[in-house]
Write a protein that binds this ligand. Structure first.
Ligand SMILES: Nc1ncnc2c1ncn2[C@@H]1O[C@H](COP(=O)(O)OP(=O)(O)O)[C@@H](O)[C@H]1O
Ligand SMILES: [Mg+2]
Length: 323
């Protein structure tokens, strides 16, 4: 099986991201690493492996052995959890940003500070103890993901309540008005942005965007390209912004990994230029020319659940649900 493909990719923390794993499996021998035997996405891979915990000292060595055995050309994390671990292991062919950037992006307050230092717009944000400029505000965890524990507070008393209620470090950010957008980017290993594809976020659930539209929006394309290059991103990244009617664009979330609406850049990319195919080609040693802004726009995407039956030994039965 490995010999049918010019390269192999190793995807970590695949979880429910079946669409991503199956897209890679069309272009590379695909290995999925996830410790949970019921993580559905691993069943789209050619090979599934259960790694040790991310904080186990053997984690990187486990991945390295797979890289050596299968001649893996790209390691791509699909969650936030091990990005900084991969970034700190230069012996792995990981498509991740430099370690200091990964660590900063794992903390939304440090992300805010980094964006301002680089001259990018980020909404007014304070830490608990400092009075915000205005209300309403959003109280959100500094290390949150998947839209967990995010609360709107209309005044100081509500903000104080949520700061106390959320049982982890939080920050207090201006509640942005207007529409929310995401821009899905891909960068090469030299930090050049290859493409940036904006979409509207019409409906989200648990961190996944389930309805949206790919947009022709040169301002968002250019902003995302500049952010990705200023931060030195490598591999996929997603930048989220609001266009507030009063203060204009503010960047509210930066993820140095695949974002929560994988179908949008898949449908939008020109043939041969989907992000998994480009990553597989880079993993095989090819240099890809940047083509920022070249994509199809106007199309909507809408998403639903799919399912897989496994037998009592956790082997896929292959039974379609057509009865
Ligand atoms: N400052 C803000 N103003 C308005 N809505 C916000 C703000 N920050 C977050 N949100 C809402 O909460 C969702 C999740 O917040 P986000 O910062 O993207 O964290 P994560 O996706 O890592 O959980 C966003 O998609 C957005 O709808
Ligand atoms: Mg987000």
């Amino acid at each position: 099986m490995r010999e049918q493909f010019p390269t192999a990719v190793l995807l970590t923390g695949v979880g429910k991201r079946h669409d991503i794993v199956s897209a890679f499996a069309r272009h590379a021998f695909t290995i999925a690493a996830d410790p949970n035997p019921l993580a559905p996405a691993q069943y789209a891979a050619h090979l599934r492996v259960a790694p040790p915990r991310i904080d186990d000292p053997g984690y990187v060595g486990f991945l390295q052995a797979l890289v050596d055995e299968h001649r893996v050309g790209a390691v791509v994390p699909l969650t936030d959890l091990d990005i900084h671990v991969l970034a700190a292991a230069p012996q792995l062919p990981a498509f991740v940003a430099p370690v200091a950037v990964c660590e900063a992006m794992f903390d939304k307050y440090r992300t805010h500070e980094t964006l301002l230092e680089l001259g990018f717009p980020s909404p007014p944000t304070v830490l608990p103890g400092t009075e915000p400029e205005s209300y309403p505000v959003i109280v959100k965890p500094r290390q949150g993901s998947g839209a967990r524990s995010i609360h709107l507070a209309r005044n100081a008393a509500q903000a104080a309540f949520f700061v106390d209620y959320v049982d982890e470090p939080v920050m207090v950010q201006r509640a942005m008005g207007g529409h929310e957008f995401s821009i899905d980017c891909l960068s090469d290993l030299d930090g050049r942005c290859l493409n940036a594809i904006p979409r509207s976020m019409l409906e989200s659930r648990g961190g996944e965007s389930i309805k949206g539209q790919v947009l022709d929006d040169p301002e968002l394309v250019d902003l995302a390209r500049r952010v990705a290059e200023a931060l030195g991103f490598r591999g996929p990244s997603t930048i989220q912004v609001f266009r507030d009617p009063e203060i204009g664009i503010g960047i509210t979330d930066v993820n140095p990994r695949f974002g929560g609406a994988f179908p949008a850049p898949m449908f939008a990319a020109h043939p041969g230029r989907t992000y998994p195919e480009l990553i597989a080609r880079m993993a095989a040693g090819e240099r890809i020319e940047p083509h920022v802004g070249e994509y199809r726009h106007g199309h909507y995407f809408t998403r639903w659940y799919e399912q897989l039956e496994l037998d009592a030994e956790l082997r896929p039965t292959g039974r379609p649900m057509d009865f």
